[in-house]
Design a protein around this ligand. Structure first.
Ligand code: RIB
Ligand code: NA
Length: 306
């Protein structure tokens, strides 16, 4: 079983040639609604990009509103078990205001946690929800809910056979703590996050070496945007080049898809190099489509070409 714990957001996306400066009013091109949230994106990516269905579940919260119902329906349609998604009365579903610059496809995001802000798993809930866990299971985490430290520490202490895959994004300084990060099995960060964790800057190889020295336990992946990624498991350092893309439309959800794709490959026995290559290809599809969750491709689309 793969369990994704985290956020579900309703994304309100404005496509504009550029971002306004302070005090400036700008005419954009389009306003769209999409489904997102790093947790939901990861869950849908993991399910869609798996060779077989029926082994992904999501643990999260939505409000008792239309947005929440749409997000739960989208998860179900992708084959994600939503038995652990709670509907909270009196609080709104999480949302994100996103500006996508149409020239580059780059985004800027402001999230309002809403129901995600209430996701604080207790010892009792963790024990109940992981009572049937098995060696080889995975848990996927990001920083869009308050209980992430608790989940990492609890799993480390109680379920050492479960592999925790963690993307500490959006960055919360108190969570860039080496003692905490060393408790996960896989750590996926971008260059900026790697620099913050290590307090170093420089080339990606130096950064990876510094990260490995600080965090000897996890398998480390540093994503490099269009340049692909560099990764290290045990001693060996490897890299995968980025996929050349002619038209970047909307990068939203690319990182989450990368994470979900890596996990879906590892879960079914791929080695790390294969998993990372597959994930790089999957993320390159996402950046050529609008929206987050809606832009995530199916397994067959990636597997046939790679
Ligand atoms: O990583 C992309 C996601 O970040 C968006 O879908 C938005 O909801 C924010 O959570
Ligand atoms: Na996208």
């Amino acid at each position: 079983m793969i369990t994704v714990i985290g956020s579900l957001n309703y994304d309100l996306v404005t496509f504009s040639p550029r971002c306004p400066r302070a005090g400036e009013t700008l005419q954009g091109e389009q306003l769209e609604e999409h489904l997102g949230g790093k947790g939901l994106n990861e869950a849908i990516a993991t399910a869609r990009l798996s060779v077989a269905k029926g082994h992904v579940r999501m643990w999260g919260n939505v409000g008792d509103d239309e947005h929440g119902r749409k997000m739960v329906a989208a998860l179900t349609e992708a084959g994600v078990d939503t038995g652990l998604v709670s509907v909270l009365p009196g609080v709104s579903s999480g949302s994100a205001t996103i500006i996508v610059e149409t020239e580059s496809g780059e985004n800027r995001i402001i999230i309002i946690p809403g129901a995600n802000g209430e996701l604080k798993p207790s010892d009792e809930q963790l024990a109940a929800n992981f009572k049937d866990s098995q060696p080889g299971d995975f848990v996927v985490l990001q920083n869009e809910f308050p209980g992430v430290r608790k989940v990492i520490e609890w799993l480390h202490a109680n379920k050492p056979d479960v592999s925790v895959v963690y993307n500490p994004s959006p960055v919360r300084d108190e969570l860039l703590d080496p003692e905490l990060l060393n408790k996960v099995a896989y750590l996926v960060v971008n260059e900026g996050e790697a620099e913050q964790i290590t307090g170093r800057s420089g080339g990606e190889k130096d950064l990876l070496a510094a990260l490995h020295q600080l965090l000897p336990r996890p398998t480390l992946i540093i994503t490099l945007g269009a340049r692909g990624c560099i990764f290290q498991s045990g001693g060996a350092v490897e890299s995968v080049a980025g996929v050349k893309v002619r038209n970047v439309v909307d990068t939203t959800g690319a990182g989450d898809t990368f994470l979900g794709a890596v996990v879906s490959q590892l879960y079914f026995g791929a080695d790390l190099a294969r998993a990372v290559e597959f994930a790089t290809a999957a993320a390159s599809v996402v950046i050529q489509r609008k929206g987050a969750a809606e832009s995530i491709p199916e397994y067959s689309r990636i597997a046939l070409r790679n």
